[in-house]
Write a protein that binds this ligand. Structure first.
Ligand SMILES: [Zn+2]
Ligand SMILES: [Zn+2]
Length: 362
C-alpha cells in the first residue's frame, strides 16, 4: 500500500512538472481603451465532421496562440454519428474538462447547416445546442437568438463560382430580423471581398475563422485564421460585448482586414519608428529605423512625393525585424512635422483599399 501511495505521488509530481508544447507568441498590441484578444469562432470535432477529439481542440488552440476558441459542431451533419453517439452539447462538455490545463476561453457554439440559399450559420455563446435541432432553419436561428447567442453567416462564397459571395433574399430575411450579427470575410483558405464590403455597408461584425476539421498543423509561412477582438474585459462577456459592438479585425493569409477605426491605432501602436543610431549613440544623418513586431511582412507603397525629399517608393517591413530607411533631404530643409505618406498594401480598411499611414521623419 505504501509503495502504491509513493508511486501515485510520483505520478502526480511528474504530471505537475510536465511541460506543454510551445505556444505561438503573437505580438498584436492592445489599442487605446481595449485589450486585443485572438479568437477563432469556428471549429469542428469528431462530434460532427471533424477528425479531432474535443480536448485536443483546446490544447492546440492555446498552442496556436489563441485566447479564445468556439467549438461549433454541425447540428445536422454528423458523419461519425454511428460511432459517436451523443447529443449536441457533448463536444463542448468534453472540451471543457481540459480547461484546468489550458488558459483559454472556450465558447459554446453550433453550426446550423443548410444548402444554399440559406447556407451555414454559426451561433455562439449558446447555453444549450439541442433546441437548434429543428426542421426549419429560421426556427433554429430563432432558438439561438432566444439564448442570447451571437449569430453569423459562415463562408458566404463557399461553393460559389470563384468563391464570389452571393447575397440571397434569405440573407435579407435574416438580416432584417436583426439576426445576422456577424459574417465571415475569411474562412480557411478563402477570402470574400464582397462580404467585407457588406460588413462595412450594413454594419455587420467581420470575422475570420479557421473552420478547422483536422489537426491544427500549418505549413511554414501559413497560419491559423484569427479574429482579433478588442475587449473592455478579457472574459466571455467581454468578447460577446465586443462582437455585438463590431470591435473586430481579421488576420488571414498574412493580411489584416477591418475597420480603420481599429486598424489605425493597432498599426501605430505596433510599428516602432526611431532615429537610427550608430554604436556610439550618434544619430545617422536622416536615417530611420523601423521595427515590425507583427507576424507578417508589412508592404508599404509611397502615396505621393514630398518636395526636396527623396525616399523609397516601396518598403517591406519584415516580420519581427528592423529595417533602416535612408532618405535624402535638401540641405536647408526644415524637418519639423515632416511626414512621408505611405499606403499599407496588406492592411486593408475596405476591399482593395490599404491603410494610409505616415512615417514621421523628425
Ligand atoms: Zn459550414
Ligand atoms: Zn464549419
Amino acid at each position: 500500500m505504501r509503495k502504491q501511495i509513493a508511486l501515485i505521488s510520483m505520478l502526480l509530481v511528474s504530471l505537475l512538472m510536465a511541460q506543454s508544447g510551445p505556444r505561438q507568441a503573437y505580438q498584436f498590441p492592445d489599442i487605446p481603451g481595449y485589450t486585443t484578444l485572438l479568437c477563432d469562432f469556428h471549429s469542428h470535432t469528431v462530434f460532427s465532421d471533424g477528425n479531432v477529439w474535443p480536448t485536443e481542440r483546446v490544447s492546440e488552440a492555446w498552442q496556436t496562440g489563441l485566447d479564445a476558441l468556439a467549438i461549433t459542431d454541425h447540428i445536422e451533419y454528423r458523419p461519425h454519428k454511428d460511432d459517436i453517439v451523443a447529443d449536441h452539447n457533448r463536444s463542448f462538455a468534453i472540451a471543457s474538462q481540459s480547461l484546468n490545463d489550458w488558459p483559454l476561453l472556450l465558447i459554446k457554439g453550433s453550426e446550423i447547416t443548410r444548402d444554399l440559399p440559406v447556407g451555414h450559420y454559426n451561433a455562439i455563446f449558446l447555453t444549450d445546442s439541442n433546441p437548434l435541432d429543428v426542421q426549419n432553419p429560421m426556427d433554429a436561428i430563432k432558438a439561438a437568438v432566444a439564448q442570447g447567442a451571437f449569430v453569423f453567416w459562415n463562408h458566404p462564397g463557399w461553393t460559389q463560382p470563384e468563391t464570389k459571395a452571393v447575397w440571397y433574399p434569405e440573407q435579407t430575411q435574416i438580416y432584417d430580423k436583426g439576426w445576422m450579427n456577424g459574417m465571415e470575410i475569411a474562412n480557411d483558405q478563402e477570402y470574400y471581398p464582397e462580404a467585407f464590403q457588406w460588413c462595412l455597408d450594413k454594419n455587420i461584425t467581420m470575422l475570420g475563422n479557421s473552420d478547422i476539421h483536422g489537426p491544427a498543423i500549418f505549413p511554414p509561412g501559413e497560419h491559423r485564421n484569427i479574429t482579433l477582438v478588442f475587449v473592455e474585459e478579457s472574459s466571455q462577456k467581454g468578447i460577446k460585448d465586443a462582437l455585438f459592438a463590431g470591435r473586430t479585425a481579421v488576420y488571414a493569409k498574412n493580411r489584416l482586414m477591418g475597420r480603420e477605426v481599429y486598424l489605425k491605432p493597432l498599426y501605430e501602436k505596433a510599428i516602432l519608428i526611431k532615429p537610427a543610431q550608430d554604436l556610439t549613440g550618434q544619430k545617422v544623418k536622416f536615417g530611420i529605423e523601423i521595427y515590425n513586431p507583427l507576424p507578417f511582412d508589412i508592404e508599404l507603397t509611397a502615396a505621393g512625393s514630398v518636395p526636396e525629399v527623396q525616399f523609397p517608393e516601396q518598403i517591406v517591413l519584415y516580420s519581427q525585424r528592423s529595417v533602416l530607411l535612408r532618405i535624402k533631404v535638401a540641405k536647408d530643409k526644415n524637418l519639423d512635422g515632416l511626414i512621408l505618406p505611405f499606403v499599407v498594401q496588406n492592411v486593408l480598411i475596405a476591399p482593395g483599399k490599404g491603410l494610409d499611414v505616415g512615417i514621421k521623419v523628425n
